[in-house]
Design a protein around this ligand. Structure first.
Ligand SMILES: C[S@@+](CC[C@H](N)C(=O)[O-])C[C@H]1O[C@@H](n2cnc3c(N)ncnc32)[C@H](O)[C@@H]1O
Length: 163
């Protein structure tokens, strides 16, 4: 498969998973956290499908498409290794949905490079919160959840926060 085909499949999987996740958290209060603003594509999709939610976006290199700039107060700028624990100290476990979209594009590399991230994600996820990630997360409090039909195996991962 060419890298272009792979990229298209990743975006299709992202949209399907985000739509599924938005429906899954209906009726469950809580924040939505977008880890990795990048160009702002998935943030823009989340705010469109979840217009009533408070969505916080984390990014150290803020340079999205101008139409996808989060409002003041909802953008948490800086290295997530520091900003996530700060945010957890202020808000606690209030997130109903966390989308982990920090990636180098190489999942094996991501698991090593972002080995510090799962603990911070777990510290922000409310009981039964949904966590989505482009790479597999191994954490004792996050139980794997089946993805919707049509998402190729290994393309995306979903977890439910236990307790
Ligand atoms: C794959 S991009 C996000 C794509 C975005 N969700 C979109 O749809 O356009 C990953 C982003 O994570 C950011 N990032 C990576 N490591 C980070 C860290 N330690 N702290 C904060 N941001 C980080 C990068 O700067 C990059 O913009």
């Amino acid at each position: 498969m060419s890298r272009l085909d792979s990229f298209i499949r990743r975006l299709e999987a992202q949209r399907r998973v985000l739509d599924w996740a938005a429906a899954s958290i209906a009726g469950r209060p809580g924040l939505v956290l977008e880890l990795g603003l990048g160009n702002g594509r998935t943030y823009d999709h989340l705010r469109e499908i979840l217009p009533e939610r408070e969505i916080y976006v984390f990014e150290r290199n803020v340079s999205p498409n101008p139409r996808s700039m989060p409002p003041t107060g909802r953008l948490v700028e800086g290295d997530m290794a520091a900003t996530l624990p700060d945010f957890a100290a202020r808000h606690g476990r209030q997130a109903a949905l966390i989308h982990v979209d920090v990636t180098t594009g190489v999942p094996e590399r991501d698991r090593t490079l972002f080995a510090w991230l799962p603990d911070h994600v777990a510290a922000l996820a409310a009981p039964e919160a949904l966590v989505l990630s482009g790479w597999a997360i191994d954490h004792p409090t996050l139980a794997a959840v089946d993805l919707p039909d049509g998402v190729p195996t290994g393309r995306y991962f979903a977890y439910r926060r236990q307790g």
